[in-house]
Design a protein around this ligand. Structure first.
Ligand SMILES: *[C@@H]1O[C@H](CO)[C@@H](O)[C@H](O)[C@H]1NC(C)=O
Ligand SMILES: [Cu+2]
Length: 227
């Protein structure tokens, strides 16, 4: 009896530990970030081959209300709600909106995404993750971007259950931004698509982080681009 109560409350605590990425800067939730399918449940994407792995939108085809103005070279915060409670890597990707569309209308399909931020664990003894329990991530918007509209995709991969296929949990959202002041020389070497960038057996997503404790970690996807 006591044990089953303990197990039930542990399960409840685990469910509450999920999270979303609903805002950037000092703005309201889902104002500049497309409402994610998990806006109420906070639950993750687990199938890297699904369309949900791109922006996890509640209503694909319906953009967020606003497009947020950002100066190239500045730092932008991408906020978590309530906090990034699970262990795992944080990455941010960016994709330039093609002409004829805006950040509010474009679907982000195709090999258009480049990685602009990736954190990695501290190794030795146990794995410690820089984003764990964080409420926001600060990302530098590359100074060399071309001006114009972009989608900015935040992704945290929770690895606490990643020891079996499709056990990794992807917490994702996409913000709509407009970049000005960029030098225009950005030329990403590795563009990827979502789905497509990751496979369910990638070493960074099919991994037991607890036993034996890994001595190295390779995040999935391409290298971070530089200006
Ligand atoms: C962004 O900048 C444009 C051009 O200066 C301006 O028209 C627009 O109102 C700005 N958007 C926001 C949300 O401040
Ligand atoms: Cu969770």
């Amino acid at each position: 009896m006591k044990l089953s109560i303990a197990v039930a409350s542990l399960a409840a605590a685990t469910a509450q530990a999920h999270y979303t990425f609903p805002s950037i800067g000092n703005t309201a939730d889902w104002q500049y970030v497309r409402t994610a399918a998990n806006f109420q449940s906070n639950g993750p994407v687990t199938d890297v081959t699904s369309d949900a792995i791109r922006c996890y939108e509640r209503n694909p085809g319906t953009g967020a209300p606003g497009i947020y103005n950002v100066t190239a070279g500045s730092t932008l915060t991408y906020n978590a709600k309530a906090s990034i409670s699970h262990p795992g890597p944080m990455a941010l990707y960016i994709a330039k909106v093609p002409s004829g569309q805006t950040a509010a209308t474009w679907d982000g399909k195709g090999r258009v995404w480049s990685k602009i931020y990736q954190d990695k664990p501290t190794l030795g003894g146990s794995m410690s993750w820089p984003s764990q329990n964080a409420r926001s991530i600060s990302v530098n918007i590359p100074r060399c971007l071309q001006n114009g509209d972009y989608l900015l995709r935040a992704e945290h991969i929770a690895l606490h259950s990643a020891g079996s296929v499709n056990g990794a949990q992807y917490y994702i959202s996409c913000a709509q931004i407009s970049v000005s002041g960029g030098s225009g020389t950005y030329s990403p070497r590795n563009l990827v698509s979502f789905p497509g960038a990751y496979g369910p057996n990638d070493p960074g997503v099919l991994i037991n982080i607890y036993y034996p404790i890994p001595t190295s970690y390779t995040p999935p996807g391409p290298a971070v681009e530089t200006c």
